[in-house]
Ligand binder design. Structure first.
Ligand code: C2E
Ligand code: CA
Ligand code: CA
Length: 941
């Protein structure tokens, strides 16, 4: 019983007693109160009786007698006195308790006896007129009060009395004339009350005693009932425990049997001696087991051990024993059991029996065998496994507790050198770069109770670096605490090297060995999600017209150019600036943590200085587009697209322009796309005629007459109206649509030339522009011939304009084509002469007929002093090379003056005429154009 229960019991007991004591006390107090009350009631009764007696007696006394008496000796013989006296004697006699009865009068303040109840011969007799000397205050008051007075005990010469004093009044006047007194001896006064109270007390006492007796009887009874209940309870418990015992015995999952010496017994007294589980395990019924010797059904291999132990047990050397043994079942099969033998004490009269408990362990034995087999195969596998299987502690040195044979091949150390950190720890083998990393990964795997799969480097005994793949997991105890780590470590060096190589190929550009677009995308996508806060920008360097460059300069030249550019751009890289080669003609510098736009602008300018040095001599231009990566940059793809927009939108008037991306660029690109698709339509459906030509007259400065025209293409877009060739020709070149479109242009030009020929038989020239992409096509000559043939035009009037850059490198190839063109009778003009200086030196080698000085040199004439201008030198170089020189973009009279002065052959420009529609051009040729026409046409421009 625990303390709490004990305490509750004690409290119960105490409260019970307190209740009993309180009940007894209450009973006692109420008894006492009742007795006191009885006494007081009786006393009041006594008082009432005394008063009533006195007042009755007083009423019986005739007041007239009193008037006849004078309360002195003279009254003695008076009949009134005698009667009065006899009345008083009667009062005294008739009432046992009354000792005296008397009448007193007051005269002049003194109280005198009028008469008393004592016989004359009594010693206590008071004759009439005898002064009552012991009269006290109360008595005097009785003469004044109208009511009867009951005095408290007063003592006089006759004893101690309690007196009833009744005032006697005159019937008429009501005046008190005397006092009638009755004396009761004080000692008898309460006799009656006391005797009645004693009776009551006795009754109360009896009740009290009866209550106590009843309580004890009740208690006794209750205890008896309790004892009976307990008896009943223990009887039930006994039955229950017997039932429980039987249930346990019958339903126990272990086999139980009472064995006497070496044989099983059928039944022990009232209990069965073998339980069903025992029968089931052994495979024999209780009856079959009766008197059967257990040695007969024990497997011969286990008999010796069992017999030895049993002998010791019988001899009292051991108190019991447990063994694992086999019993033979009736069908001859063996059943493995775990058997425990223990002594059984069943009272002094009992036979000497012992308890045999058996448990079927066949399953466990089977498992043990499987385990044994699996352990054996495991050890075979482990010693042959490629790699190192291990079991180690979860500590910083990875203390090895088991290592398979593969350790030597993997690490160059024998397993015993690593086991328990004997010579070297496994941590020492891990490359220092991976130690913390691997620890963190294991910590995470252990926390999450997950598998670990990692690849890292180790340093072998010979100092070689090997890549290994490790897969392992923690082994945990019942509390979830890690007790060891187990796994396998395999050499993956070959695979890893291959993978690294593949990864390198995958992420690098084969030409420049720089990170490629794929890697850029990986980095950007990673940074966008992992580090959106840091300021980032992309600077895209785009080589202009790279396709054209490839065609004109050849792939070797372009590859070298790109390599050179890559190595120059690498000089701009640092921790915050990474370089990517995302496509053949585009590089990206990815800048992180820059200050502001100014920093990016400065970087652009530095790059432009570099580009200027590197590319200008090669007549290559480049654009730089900058994108500041902000909230709207959703992916690497969109960033590249935007940077490309920005690059495309950079200032094309500069060799190297740069621009920051803004949303309007997308509009421009959209416009470009529309034009692209319209150009494609035009290329394959020439019937719609969106392509048309204007003809700008050329003035012969020597004759001051029109010498011919330059045909300039225009494109009529459905969406944007007429578009300048400056916009659509680069798009056509980029998309190679220039080939079919160029073919159309040639036809248009030849047709017009033929028309003019017919209308104007004088000699004139008709020059037209051909893009390098067209020129280098195999079928170009065929197309040209076809156009000439189809229209029947005179090829001698045709001049083909080729931009200077076309000739920059492939002189021999170009010259070959030019020769074939010239064979047709068509002349060649070098357009935009002066913009590509590199070719100047080799100009001689070209078989050109005309040289068109670029507008740039004509414009210069307005900016600088004439003697400083090199325009004149260009004209003379042209002449020296045997070319006819034409000046382009002449807008001012001064420019014309200069050209005349410096012997320029021809000129073209707004000063003379703007490009004209076919009919206008014809009129112009026929000299039918009025001055007004020209002014109007200039105004349109
Ligand atoms: P370009 O061959 O140098 O043509 C001369 C350009 O200068 C023409 O512009 C012409 O309108 C313009 N021009 C002539 N005089 C003046 C002048 O006094 N002031 C100014 N500011 N400009 C003047 P357009 O027609 O816009 O042609 C631009 C370029 O487009 C041409 O430059 C040429 O390279 C190319 N192009 C034009 N038509 C064709 C074509 O049919 N095929 C090819 N492949 N390219 C063409
Ligand atoms: Ca031209
Ligand atoms: Ca030109």
């Amino acid at each position: 019983m625990n303390i709490f229960k004990k305490l509750t019991c004690f409290m119960h007991y105490k409260i019970k007693w307190i209740c009993i004591v309180i009940a007894l006390a209450l009973l006692y107090i109420s008894g006492v109160i009742f007795v006191v009350y009885t006494y007081e009631t009786n006393m009041k009764e006594t008082e009432r009786n005394a008063i009533s007696l006195a007042e009755t007696a007083e009423a019986g006394i005739s007041k007239s007698h009193l008037y006849a008496l004078s309360s002195d000796n003279s009254d003695l013989g008076k009949p009134e006195y005698i009667e009065l006296k006899s009345n008083l004697i009667n009062v005294s006699k008739l009432n046992n308790n009354v000792r005296f009865a008397y009448i007193l009068v007051q005269k002049e303040g003194t109280i005198y006896f009028t008469a008393d109840s004592e016989p004359v011969d009594s010693a206590d007799y008071s004759p009439p007129g005898q002064e009552f000397t012991e009269a006290d205050e109360l008595l005097y008051d009785a003469f004044k009060k109208s009511e009867t007075t009951l005095t408290s005990p007063t003592t006089d010469r006759w004893g101690t009395w309690i007196s009833v004093l009744v005032p006697m009044r005159d019937a008429q006047s009501g005046k008190i004339i005397a006092v009638f007194g009755v004396d009761y001896p004080a000692e008898n006064w309460n006799h009656e009350a006391v005797s009645r109270t004693v009776q009551t007390g006795l009754v109360v006492l009896c009740l009290f005693v009866i209550f106590i007796i009843l309580y004890f009887v009740f208690r006794q009874n209750k205890e008896l009932r309790g004892e009976k209940a307990k008896l009943l309870e223990s009887e039930i418990k006994l039955k229950e425990s017997e039932a429980l015992f039987r249930t346990i015995f019958d339903q126990a999952t272990v086999g139980l049997a009472l064995v006497c010496d070496d044989h099983f017994i059928s039944a022990y007294k009232t209990y069965p001696s073998v339980n069903p589980q025992f029968e089931k395990i052994i495979g024999r019924t209780r009856d079959e087991l009766t008197d059967l010797n257990w040695k007969d059904i024990t497997h011969p291999d286990d008999l010796q051990l069992d017999t030895d132990k049993f002998t010791k047990f019988k001899a009292g050397i051991i108190s019991g024993y447990s063994i694992e043994k086999r019993f033979i079942r009736p069908d001859g099969s063996a059943v493995w059991v775990h058997m425990s033998i223990s002594p059984l004490y069943l009272g002094s009269n009992a036979d000497i029996v012992h308890m045999c408990v058996i448990e079927n362990i066949c399953r466990r034995k089977e498992m043990e065998k499987i385990l044994y087999d699996s352990e054996r195969s495991k050890s075979v596998i482990l010693s042959n496994i490629p790699g190192m299987a291990y079991r180690c502690r979860y500590d910083k040195t990875w203390t090895m507790e088991f290592i398979s044979e593969g350790c030597y091949a993997l690490t160059g150390y024998k397993p015993e050198n690593l086991l328990h950190n004997k010579e070297i720890t496994f941590n020492d083998l891990i490359s220092s770069d991976y130690r913390e990393y691997l620890w963190d990964k294991w910590t995470q795997a252990v926390e999450e109770k997950s598998k670990l799969t990692e690849e890292y480097e180790i340093v072998t005994a010979s100092g070689d670096i090997k890549w290994v793949w490790e897969q392992g997991q923690g082994i945990y105890d019942d509390d979830g605490q890690v007790v060891a780590l187990e796994g396998l470590i395999v050499d993956i060096t070959d695979r890893k090297n291959h993978e690294i190589k593949l990864k390198h190929i995958n992420y690098h550009d084969h030409l420049t060995n720089l990170y490629n677009r794929r890697y850029f995308e990986t980095i950007i996508d990673r940074d966008l999600s992992d580090d959106p806060e840091t300021k980032k920008a992309v600077l895209l360097v785009n080589i202009r017209k790279f396709t054209l460059l490839n065609i004109t300069y050849g792939y070797v030249f372009c590859d070298n150019l790109i390599k050179e550019l890559a190595s120059e751009l690498t000089l701009f890289t640092n921790e915050q600036c990474e370089l990517f080669h995302i496509s053949i003609d585009r590089f990206i510098l990815y800048i992180c943590e820059y200050e502001d736009k100014n920093e990016l602008t400065d970087l652009c300018r530095s790059i432009i200085v570099m580009l200027n040095n590197l590319l200008t001599p090669k007549i290559v231009g480049a654009n730089i587009g900058i994108v500041e990566i902000g909230e709207n940059s959703l992916s690497a793809e969109s960033i590249i697209k935007n940077a490309s927009f920005a690059a495309e939108s950079a200032d094309l008037n500069q060799n190297f322009g740069y621009g920051f991306y803004n949303v309007h660029m997308a509009e421009r690109v959209e416009r470009k796309n529309v034009i692209k698709s319209e150009l494609a339509d035009a290329a394959f459906n020439p019937e719609s005629n969106p392509l048309f030509m204007l003809y700008q007259p050329i003035l012969d400065l020597k004759t001051n007459e029109v010498s011919g025209f330059e045909a300039l293409a225009r494109f009529r877009s459905e969406q944007f109206g007429v578009i300048s060739p400056l916009e659509f020709i680069p798009i056509a070149e980029e998309t190679k649509l220039i080939v079919p479109l160029g073919k159309q242009i040639m036809k248009l030009v030849c047709r017009t030339a033929k028309k003019f020929e017919l209308q104007y038989p004088e000699p004139f020239i008709m020059s037209f522009n051909v893009s390098a992409i067209q020129l280098l096509r195999e079928d170009f000559i065929t197309d040209l011939k076809e156009a000439v043939k189809e229209t029947g035009t005179d090829p001698g009037r045709l001049i083909m304009e080729l931009t200077e850059s076309v000739f920059s490198d492939n002189y021999s190839e170009i010259n070959e084509i030019i020769d074939r063109i010239k064979e047709l009778g068509i002349k060649i003009s070098i357009d935009d002469f002066g913009t590509g200086y590199s070719s100047l030196a080799r100009e001689r080698e070209l078989n050109a007929d005309y040289l068109k000085i670029d507008k740039h040199f004509i414009d210069k004439l307005m900016d600088c002093a004439w003697d400083e201008a090199i325009t004149g030198d260009i004209i003379s170089i042209g002449h020296k090379l045997g070319h006819c020189v034409i000046a382009e973009g002449v807008e001012y009279e001064e420019q014309k003056e200069y050209l005349i002065q410096h012997n320029c052959d021809q000129m073209q420009g707004y000063l003379y005429s703007v490009p004209l529609a076919e009919d206008d051009a014809l009129k112009f040729l026929q000299n039918k154009t009025t001055e007004t026409d020209i002014i109007i046409l200039k105004g349109i421009l």
